[in-house]
Design a binder for this molecule. Structure first.
Ligand SMILES: [Zn+2]
Length: 136
């Protein structure tokens, strides 16, 4: 007699696949939009980054490493365009200031035409969440 503890493998796979479709679509959209947008903004403001990675995590919208690699969350695609730009510019500014000190904020604010605080407040209304970004 076989006692089955786990659901049959096929059922798990099917459920995973169903869940994976929208994620993959969002990832494709993120790659198609965020990567060229990062390149455009970097060129416009004279930043040089190393590599860009599209991530899907709930801990941050983006990050910048000491190696000059930029990570962008694919959930950014669920945000208004100006907030996507805000996050991209925030990460680009970390290429020059790898902290959140006064010089970092002054640089970012100058690139955003004095709207840094306003946009930061706006971004706080959104949570990345397990099922994607949502407004609070
Ligand atoms: Zn930062």
């Amino acid at each position: 007699m076989i006692i089955r503890i786990f659901p049959p493998l096929r059922r798990i796979t099917r459920r995973r696949r169903r869940k994976a479709v929208p994620d993959e679509a969002l990832r494709a959209e993120a790659k198609a939009w965020l990567i060229p947008r990062l390149a455009t903004l970097a060129e416009k403001y004279g930043f040089t980054y190393n590599k860009v990675f599209i991530k899907n995590n709930i801990s941050n919208w983006g990050s910048c490493s000491t190696k000059g690699n930029i990570n962008l969350n694919m959930q950014l695609m669920r945000l208004p365009e100006e907030l996507r730009d805000y996050v991209i510019l925030h990460e680009l500014c970390h290429l020059r200031q790898l902290n959140h000190g006064a010089e970092f904020h002054a640089l970012l604010d100058s690139l955003l035409g004095g709207r840094e605080k306003e946009l930061r407040r706006e971004l706080r209304k959104y949570h990345i969440g397990i099922n994607g970004a949502s407004a609070s």
